[in-house]
Design a protein around this ligand. Structure first.
Ligand code: RFL
Ligand code: PHB
Length: 378
């Protein structure tokens, strides 16, 4: 038995799935509506969990990650005007890596093209039909008949709408202003700050590039944030962690929302990654969930291909969704603990502060945070 899997979307989910299927001897074709440069430059996630790194290593896609990725053994939580460290390695033995999504994508694209496997840029998929038999992928260049199709086409893709069933959603009453700056990171680890002026996050892309976020009201325009205002506000919110100022090279506003499709399958069509669910970025989970979804799917296709058993494939929606809801809960916890809601009372703020003090004072609470942040094993 030899399978052909159509993969819609060349983000981290689609590219990693293609790589894992290749390692299992299963053919796939990846369709991507955008061009290569766009996909490789899209600024997004920065944190890889231990399990994501393990998967990339096992897939032979971690050579540069192992050289350039920056391991982090904890984070700083700023509240009450001071920084408090949360130790991941000491409590759980696990860590995370700073290695940007752009770099993961570049590595996987280079491997796939280097191996001469089909990765069709500038090729939009318009529909997937025949979901009661052999599915047909209708794309800019024609039609491909496959055995299975995996929708890895993100939150704005076409496949989400082809899987009927409820979608559970939450919109948060604030957004993030994200900037990229040619400036050394604020601190050697990430800093998540709760303040009376709102949330701030100091991350990084390299020893000379900072990635910084500020909570802003929904509907805010980046034009309301000239560079000097961004730096001054970061200085207020990050307390002792004074940012190094440098040229700001990108600035955008991102809505904060969460969504989970209750159903991840329609016959031979499966959903994975942001096509299936999105999480608020405060927990750094989106890219890691995309990786764990496709790790499960690749193992399921491998089982089917080798033994003819669809057991893992049939189990995929349930197995994946348990992990998704764990991450969803953690992201919600981080988000609501650290942001100030527009209608928040003084009572609410004191509850947040009590939660933050407990998170850093109790080893049990620190361990729970560390377990969730570094990722619960598949
Ligand atoms: P993607 O990356 O959106 O890729 C989907 C791809 O599908 C293409 N596409 C189509 N192709 C063909 N035909 C069609 N009809 C198509 N429609 C769409 C798109 O062009 C695109 O290339 O989804 P994927 O692969 O599921 O990956 C998900 C991640 O990108 C996402 O979850 C993370 O970026 C979320 N996220 C973070 N995740 C983390 O794990 N750690 C983090 O630190 C983190 N930080 C973040 C984030 C997301 C952010 N934003 C912008 C929402 C920080 C931010 C600011
Ligand atoms: C990032 O580096 O872009 C980043 C890191 C941690 C988050 C969200 C985004 O929680």
């Amino acid at each position: 038995m030899s399978l052909l899997v159509g993969i819609v979307g060349a983000g981290p989910a689609g590219l990693l799935l293609g790589r894992l299927l290749q390692r299992a001897g299963i053919e796939s074709v990846v369709f991507e509506s955008r061009d290569r440069g766009y996909v490789e430059r899209r600024q997004r996630a920065g944190i890889l969990e231990q399990g994501t790194v393990d998967t990339l290593r096992a897939a032979g896609a971690a050579e540069r990650l192992d050289r350039e990725g920056i391991p982090h053994d904890g984070i700083d939580l700023v509240f009450d005007g001071a920084a408090h460290r949360v130790d991941f390695l000491g409590t759980t033995g696990a860590r995370v890596w700073i290695y940007a999504q752009t770099e993961v994508v570049k590595d996987l694209v280079a491997l796939r093209l280097g191996d001469g496997l089909p990765l069709l840029f500038d090729t939009e998929v318009h529909a997937v039909t025949d979901l009661d038999g052999r599915p047909r992928v209708h794309h800019d260049g024609g039609t491909l008949v496959c055995d299975y199709v995996v929708g890895c086409d993100g939150f704005h893709g076409v496949t989400r709408g082809l899987v009927p069933g409820p979608v559970h959603e939450r919109a948060f009453p604030y957004s993030w202003l994200g900037i990229l700056a040619d400036a050394p990171p604020v601190h050697h680890e990430l800093v998540y700050a709760h303040s009376r002026r709102g949330f701030a996050l100091a991350s990084m892309r390299s020893p000379s590039v900072s990635r910084l976020y500020l909570q802003v009201p929904n509907g805010e325009s980046p034009d309301a944030w000239p560079d000097s205002r961004v730096w001054t506000e970061l200085e207020h919110r990050l307390a002792d962690h004074r940012p190094h100022r440098g040229p700001i090279t990108a600035k955008s506003v991102l809505p904060m929302r969460a969504s989970v499709a209750e159903n991840l399958r329609n016959g031979p069509l499966f959903l994975a990654g942001d096509a299936a669910h999105i999480v608020a970025p405060t927990g750094a989970k989106g890219l890691n969930l995309a990786a764990s979804d496709v790790t499960l799917l690749a193992a399921a296709f491998d089982q089917l291909n080798r033994t003819g058993s669809p057991a893992l494939l049939d189990a995929y929606p349930r197995t994946a969704l348990h992990r998704v809801w764990r991450a969803q809960h953690f992201s919600h916890f981080m988000t609501t603990t650290l942001h100030l809601a527009p209608d928040q009372s003084e009572f609410d703020t004191h509850l947040q502060l009590a939660r933050l003090r407990h998170l850093t004072a109790s080893r049990a609470a620190t361990t729970a945070l560390a377990e969730n942040y570094t990722g619960i094993a598949l």
